[in-house]
Design a protein around this ligand. Sequence first.
Ligand SMILES: Cc1ncc(COP(=O)(O)O)c(C=O)c1O
Length: 385
Amino acid sequence: MPNYPSSIKSKLPKVGTTIFTVMSQLAHENKAINLSQGFPDFDSSAELIGLVNGAMKKGLNQYAPMAGVMTLREQIAKKTLSLYGTEYHPESEITITSGATQAIYTAIASVIREGDEVIIFTPAYDCYEPAIELNGGKTLFVQMFAPTYKIDWEQVKKLITQRTKMIIINTPHNPTGTVLEEEDMLALEKIISDTDIVLLSDEVYEHIIFDGKQHQSVSKFPGLAERSFIISSFGKTFHNTGWKMGYCLAPKNLMVEFRKAHQFIVFSANTPVQHGLAEYLKNEKNYLGLNDFYQKKRDLFNSLVKDSRFEILPSSGTYFQLLSYKNITDMSDTDYAIELTKKHKIASIPISVFYHQKVDQNILRFCMAKKEETLQQAAEILNKV
Ligand SMILES: Cc1ncc(COP(=O)(O)O)c(C=O)c1O
């Protein structure tokens, strides 16, 4: 096909194929164990699949209400109140989305204008910056470093100007597996208290947190909640990333703007899945057991690789585990991730790709949302390296 119009100018000139696609493809070509992309290699619950199927058979197959099926919004309100002590009204403060990615894009699109500045923390999940750019915003970066990946709040304070419109945080954090503590939230609350900054809090791993730590949801901090979009994803919680189902919580005034954009981005999310999730959420055991479930996987994986030449970094949440290979080679993390995939048949993600200016501390991210036997096979390989 001829290229037409030839003069089209990319709005995202720096964006190419993501590292997740590249590494998964490389894993496939090399028949490598794929611990790169973040998805489980086990199935979602048969009960939940049955509930979705049941909804389909009942004929719940047409457009859902724009903001989402009410029974699902009610269950989310109940869960949020019981876990974090904050009331969000299903009618006006909760919207169901087609995954967290759509919710993040929609939140950014609903408030960011040409020239607005948005502060993000790197290493960062990869969908924030393109969404900011597509909406004319400018991304400012605060870097975090291994092994603690702590946020330097003094640096954040210095970056804030009249143009700062939004700050995006993510806890538990992909790719590092760190979590924000209460003191972080209080520091942030103080910094933005006399500004008009809107917060976007990516909490998709809210139910995957270890060692008895509490998830510090923004919803627990009134000074933050009043100006925040809080975003979560059922895909992470119920092992069905392919269903692309998530939600956004926000105070009414922000939610009004969010829904104006949402209705023209997707209008509404998948109806039978929403009905199935609404039923499934009624049993809190279906999500409260997730911390233990993944902590066992983390502990298994770490116990299996503890005598290898890789160094285990602390992981407090998410289904990712970072390993440093600085005792093995000083190759760049991207080259080493490729070598591990081709030569040793195990795929991971290099951490440098999550930074704006490539920071390479010789660290790779491994996804441990895998069956026990997959983790054992992976560890066997890593022990031989
Ligand atoms: C931090 C973070 N935010 C958002 C998402 C996107 O979630 P979803 O698949 O529901 O769009 C992911 C998925 O990997 C993630 O890790």
